[in-house]
Design a protein around this ligand. Structure first.
Ligand code: FMN
Length: 166
């Protein structure tokens, strides 16, 4: 059994989580915000995938709270998929720390449409831009799915960022 835990502000991460759910047999999609109402959650499945957006170069607070308050000690394989607008990211290690007894086996970054409206001169991504990103991301999701099915380790440094480290 695979649990896919997701947090999504505007739907990008939910889109990815749904695609993973459609392609991974015996998987279940679970909103992290629902689990937050049930702290001290014991996760008793073979594999777990976390899907969330990057916020302020790190992991969103509800995701951190969920990780800190859950018991993953019997899980054998962990993967994380972070969606973002494209700023350099180097904080999957925060998840390693919060898992306490384990480490992420694999992690992945997907560049998607930006919802960060506080950025100067923000404009909503065009339909064409979203479609182009979707083609790239669907191909990357196929690669991610194979890695997860085969329980492979894939901890690559960020090489797909659009903006370097600030
Ligand atoms: C408050 C906030 C902070 C963000 N910070 C970052 C960031 O540090 N790096 C980045 O690449 N994208 C950042 N983004 C963009 C989102 O991560 C990106 O658009 C993501 O795909 C949104 O996913 P969602 O629709 O599942 O919420 C930020 C967005 C918001 C709203």
């Amino acid at each position: 059994m695979i649990h896919i835990y997701y947090f999504s502000g505007t739907g990008n991460s939910l889109f990815i989580a749904r695609k993973l759910n459609e392609s991974l047999a015996n998987s279940k999609l679970i909103p992290i915000l629902n689990i937050l109402k049930n702290p001290q959650n014991k996760v008793d499945v073979e594999k777990v995938i976390f899907v969330f957006p990057v916020y302020a170069l790190t992991i969103p607070l509800p995701v951190r709270d969920f990780l800190a308050s859950s018991d993953f000690s019997s899980v054998q394989y962990f993967a994380a998929v972070a969606t973002r607008l494209g700023l350099y990211f180097n904080d999957f290690k925060r998840i390693d720390k919060l898992l306490k007894t384990n480490k992420l086996n694999s992690y992945f970054l997907l560049n998607m449409g930006s919802n960060d409206v506080k950025i100067k001169n923000y404009s909503c991504p065009s339909e064409e831009k979203i479609q182009a990103l979707e083609i790239l991301n669907l191909s990357e999701i196929s690669r991610i799915i194979k890695i997860i099915i085969n329980s492979e380790n894939s901890r690559e440094i960020d090489s797909t960022y659009l903006e370097p480290e600030c």
